[in-house]
Design a protein around this ligand. Structure first.
Ligand code: PLP
Length: 487
């Protein structure tokens, strides 16, 4: 049977350029304000990009959560939603999609990814338990700790190397995992958490080979595997591109194989299906029964789980579209373009290119700014100032203090520039590279930040900071001196 191109179209010039395999049929106007306006905006936002108003942002690269472009078919499906409180047909359609795409029969709907983490943590973690994982995610860690558990990160030595050509930096180190089980005893391991396309270390995938080994070990010790599948589509895409033996396997077969190796799979459909909501899915009835009663308590009745039925319809269609390589390849190919362009200019960026976004290494970019002055946070503020583009700090600010109130310096100090799925064009990606190149040339002007108002938990969301000197003003003056009246 003939099929259309699934992506990775070659340009005869030999240049590596991502090609959009969709056309734009609805647009949203963007504002690129003056740098004077942007300075005021970032000051008012306490130098925290989460507190910027979107009207002051040009390219919003904060996150891919709930910001992906929906397809015409997703939008159309929203008109057919069934508003029934119980037994909604929209939920039945979502169940059908999940069974087909992930191969899990039992579905608990939740309002977003962290709600799944809340329920799983409350049910399966006892005080003093440990949860080994390839790497933590902010909300997963917070929920595990809230339930009295402890996160153990057992990544490989390659995981934190900024410049690497290791295809699977998201793998778990199997020897360290064996040691954790021996040290703590299998009874105290609540479950092993595998995060697809490990978000905080640069959207880096794990291999199927690694997951299979983790499965063997888990089965031998009777430990559950819980897979965070928020970025599973991209992880499957990287397996097809990078893992020996999978080049001719379909994304669908890879997804089914991945899910089959986990006892519980949960996801944020703000990401994986370009809609909003989430789910916890499994085949084992005993696990389902233990979690089921918490859904009506915290989320909503079992056939909507806090989601609007319109979003449930969009999710059912969006999950099916995840199987289409021309859809799932879009974000990774834009990330790859930006990463390669930056690396070619000597700008420190996490390689190989991963899922979700391009991750600029702030320790390398601003090597004169101490980590204790939040170099990644400073880089995000400086980049907004010179470009109007909003990235996200993924470093020490995103790590809460320890029980004694000391700052915990993050393993990696990153500015993440997300490429939400099918949202930005190539010239916008080029603009990002261009402004970042200018900032890199003028990086010595950028200074650090300190906290003015600091929440205790997940401080990166609402915390307010200030610059340690008047560096933002000096950066603005350099911009004006070099670029005249440019925006
Ligand atoms: C976004 C994300 C979550 C949380 O999902 P929300 O829908 O934003 O609550 C959990 N895990 C990973 C890996 C994520 O990327």
């Amino acid at each position: 049977m003939e099929t259309p191109s699934a992506g990775n179209v070659k340009f005869f010039s030999g240049e590596s350029i991502p090609l959009e395999l969709h056309r734009v049929r609805m647009v949203q106007k963007l504002n690129l304000w003056s740098i004077e306006h942007r300075l005021k905006s970032i000051q008012e936002a306490g130098f925290n990009s989460f507190l910027l108003s979107s009207r002051d942002v040009f390219l919003d690269m904060l996150t891919d959560s709930g910001t992906n472009a929906m397809s015409d078919k997703q939008t159309a499906s929203m008109l057919e939603a069934d508003d029934s409180y119980a037994g909604s047909q929209s939920f039945c359609r979502m169940e059908d999609s999940i069974r087909e795409v992930f191969g899990k029969q039992l579905v608990l709907p939740v309002h977003q990814g962290r709600a799944a983490e809340h329920i799983i943590s409350q049910v399966f973690i006892k005080k003093g338990d440990v949860v080994p994982m390839n790497y933590h995610f902010t909300t997963s860690k917070a929920h595990i700790e809230l339930a009295g558990g402890k996160v153990l990160e057992i990544f490989t030595d390659e995981a934190l190397n900024i410049a690497s050509n290791c295809p699977f930096k998201g793998n778990i180190d199997l020897q360290k995992l064996e040691k954790v089980i021996a040290d703590y005893g299998a009874d105290r391991v609540a479950y092993i958490r595998m995060e697809a396309s490990t978000n905080l270390i640069g959207g880096q995938p794990f291999s199927l080979e690694n997951l299979k080994e983790v499965r063997k070990l888990a089965s031998r010790h009777n430990i559950m595997i819980v897979m965070d599948a928020s970025l599973i589509g991209e992880n499957a895409y990287f397996i097809k591109r990078r893992e020996a033996g999978y080049q001719n396997t379909s994304i669908k077969e890879i997804l089914l194989e991945m899910c089959d190796l986990a006892d519980i799979v949960y996801f944020s459909s703000r990401k994986v299906s370009s809609s909003r909501g989430g789910g916890i899915i499994m085949n084992r009835r005993d696990l389902f029964d233990r979690m089921r009663d918490l859904v009506p308590l915290f989320e909503g009745f079992l056939t909507y789980g806090g989601m609007s039925v319109r979003e449930i319809e969009a999710m059912a269609v969006g999950l099916m579209e995840t199987l289409d390589e021309s859809v799932i390849s879009q974000s990774p190919s834009f990330v790859e373009y930006a990463v390669n362009q930056l690396a070619a200019r000597g700008i420190p960026v996490v390689t190989p290119a991963g899922a979700l976004g391009c991750h600029v290494d702030a320790k390398g970019f601003l090597s004169h700014v101490p980590q204790a002055q939040y170099s990644a946070g400073a880089l995000v503020a400086a980049f907004y100032l010179v470009s109007g583009c909003r990235g996200m700090e993924r470093g020490t600010i995103s790590t809460d203090r320890d029980e004694n109130g000391n700052d915990v310096l993050a393993d990696m100090e990153l500015m993440r520039l997300a490429f939400p799925r099918r949202v930005f064009t190539l010239s916008q990606a080029m603009f990002v590279v261009d402004r970042l190149t200018w900032l890199y040339k003028n990086r010595e002007l950028v200074g650090g930040l300190q906290f003015k108002e600091e929440p205790k938990v997940l401080r990166f969301f609402m915390g307010r900071l200030e610059p340690v000197s008047d560096w933002p003003v000096r950066l603005m003056q350099r911009f004006r001196a070099e670029l005249g009246s440019e925006f």
